[in-house]
Design a binder for this molecule. Sequence first.
Ligand SMILES: NC(=O)c1ccc[n+]([C@@H]2O[C@H](COP(=O)([O-])OP(=O)(O)OC[C@H]3O[C@@H](n4cnc5c(N)ncnc54)[C@H](O)[C@@H]3O)[C@@H](O)[C@H]2O)c1
Length: 359
Amino acid sequence: MATETQPQQMHLINHKDLESFVQQILIGNGTPEESAVIVSKCLVSADLRGVDTHGSNRIPSYMERIRQAALNAAATPTLCQITPVVVQIDGHNGFGFVAAHKGMERAIEMAKDFGMGMVSIKHSNHFGMSAWLVKQALDAGMMSLVFTNSSPALPVWGGKEKLMGVSPIACGAPSGNEARPFILDMAPSIAARGKIYKALRRGEKIPNDWALDKDGNRTDDPAKALEGVMLPMGGPKGSALSIMMDVFSGVFSGAAFAGHVTNPYDPSKPADVGHFLVAIRPDLFMTMEEFKERMDYLYKRVTESEKMAGVEQIYFPGEIEMITEEKRLMEGIPFAAAEVASLNKEADLVKVDHLKVQG
Ligand SMILES: NC(=O)c1ccc[n+]([C@@H]2O[C@H](COP(=O)([O-])OP(=O)(O)OC[C@H]3O[C@@H](n4cnc5c(N)ncnc54)[C@H](O)[C@@H]3O)[C@@H](O)[C@H]2O)c1
């Protein structure tokens, strides 16, 4: 690990090389090929969108959970149709990516038939960047809500102990030809905890308004921040959004809740994460054409609104990530040397060729 004053050398990785490398590691650790394809696509989608905190760098921690039998890579989620528009899924402690992918697939089918589909998932695991599920719905022309709960990292407003998760709230809606789709994907903390893990891996400092150390002081040291608590965005409002994620994803589904989800970096026991997914047909109240025109108009109004001093461009939610994706598809995905080394260590364990780096 580099020291705080020595940021690391960066390498560029082609997304296709990365996807097949990640897939081979997953298969080498007992993940069925069909599931390995889903997990690797989700992780590389995060890498491409610049959500480096929730991409392929998570592989070592996920693989450790498989090795310690805290996660069952071979599990097949089971579906139970509760009403024509409601499905419950038991993830059987398999990859969250696999259970949630199946869940969104089913939610989309129900929405096609009945206008909307709602899926509740229990006994699951961390599914990384929520936006990949929003994108799955967008690819089918659907609006979506994507909620999950997560392990304790955040105090409730007025408290000081880690209790709620930095559980992301995500949703999306398609647009017409003139605009980018709406993709909101945000943790209810000032920053996602993954950003602190990333700074630690890369030997970087963090802004001192993200977290408190274990003694309750603001800190720019990622290691001290991880011993302490994350700070909610917007004070009590961020704390309330985090509780909302626990109500819909944890209490409602039958998964763990109220501070009992296991941290994805803790390989000692199953996580029992819960998710809540909704797919909605955008043409329920007007034609699809009209909906798209209205989304295009909203996009224009937002991005062309008068800018405050010092702002060069106003972006639609999800737009910065889409621009990053376009760039990384062409140029490659940057990884710190220590991150490549730690992925290669995983490759060695299952006798897979090292990751190809472009430069
Ligand atoms: N699975 C889990 O348990 C878990 C937990 C925490 C976070 N996460 C993931 O971590 C990721 C990062 O979360 P985050 O809260 O740090 O995201 P973020 O703060 O980088 O972005 C939040 C949202 O704000 C939008 N945004 C950011 N800057 C903008 C700008 N200048 N103009 C307009 N819109 C802008 C983004 O497009 C995004 O929709 C997410 O993908 C989330 O799903 C996952």
